[in-house]
Design a protein around this ligand. Sequence first.
Ligand code: TRP
Length: 331
Amino acid sequence: METVVSGIRSTGHLHLGNYFGAIRNFLKMQHQHRCYFFIADYHSLTTHPKPGDLHRNVRQVLIEYLAAGIDPEVATLYIQSDVPEVAELYLLLNMNAYKGELERCTSFKEKVRRQPDNVNAGLLTYPVLMAADIIIHRASKVPVGKDQEQHLEMARTFANRFNRMYGVDYFPPPYAFNFESELVKIPGLDGSTKMGKSESEGNAIFLADEPGVIRKKVMRATTDSGPEVSGEEMSQAVENLFNLMRVVSSDDTVNHFLDAFNSATIRYGDMKKQLAEDMVSFTAPLRERIFELEANNDYLKKVARMGAEKARESARKTVGEVRGIIGFKPF
Ligand code: TRP
């Protein structure tokens, strides 16, 4: 059994891309490994959320992960700021993180470009906090997408540097990890290749979307003018619709529309209607659980408490040992 850690951004609703890309893997992983999943609310402070929004976002993300099937009795599901030991480890790791390497980080350079008026130290040291999140549980496996590879490489650097500096073999270097298969990429409805990547409205289907909203978004999805003769090549937008269909519809349905495309008799309107209905059926139980959880504050409180307790137990042990290694001693 390996120790797995993953941080979840505390902004935005979950969409089908999140579900089929990452969450489905979390659901399988939680039964086979020691999993820590947390909502990264300290990280979200780099963009200065309003106090009211901060809590609302964290709560919504907690609800949607529970609705998607993360079992808080099996995995440790917690809120980062409930575990202040993370902040202490972050402080300690900061002493061995160098300005040059932090400034070279791609995500930092991107932020400098995107928010030039708010280049705060939290942004610069974001990879240090992320390293603290992971190694505080001495985890070796981190289920994240390709965009996080550089952050993970930095986490390995900080873990190895600590070991070398103090002549110990304490932190295992953490690596990216996909459960079973390569992560699937779920396309957007606007012809873009990744759901949630573009900001355009109607690009993503959210787990909490009402059936009417889902139907409207799917009917407006980008297509092309349709094949004129059989055997024509498929445009990216139409291929996207087929790929979406592959995750929510039956094989028979997919094959029916593929045949229709190949014989140039397809009517995209029919295909979209079917796709929308299959998305509605797939998301219906999730949406129902989201509604139930929204009204059940006692349960959410219980989950958050339980998660914090389990996470702190592991974090306290690590920070205590790290203090000892560094040379802090009680009188
Ligand atoms: N940086 C990650 C993201 O943007 C979120 C994150 C924060 C994270 N801390 C983490 C992911 C620790 C894995 C492990 O998605």
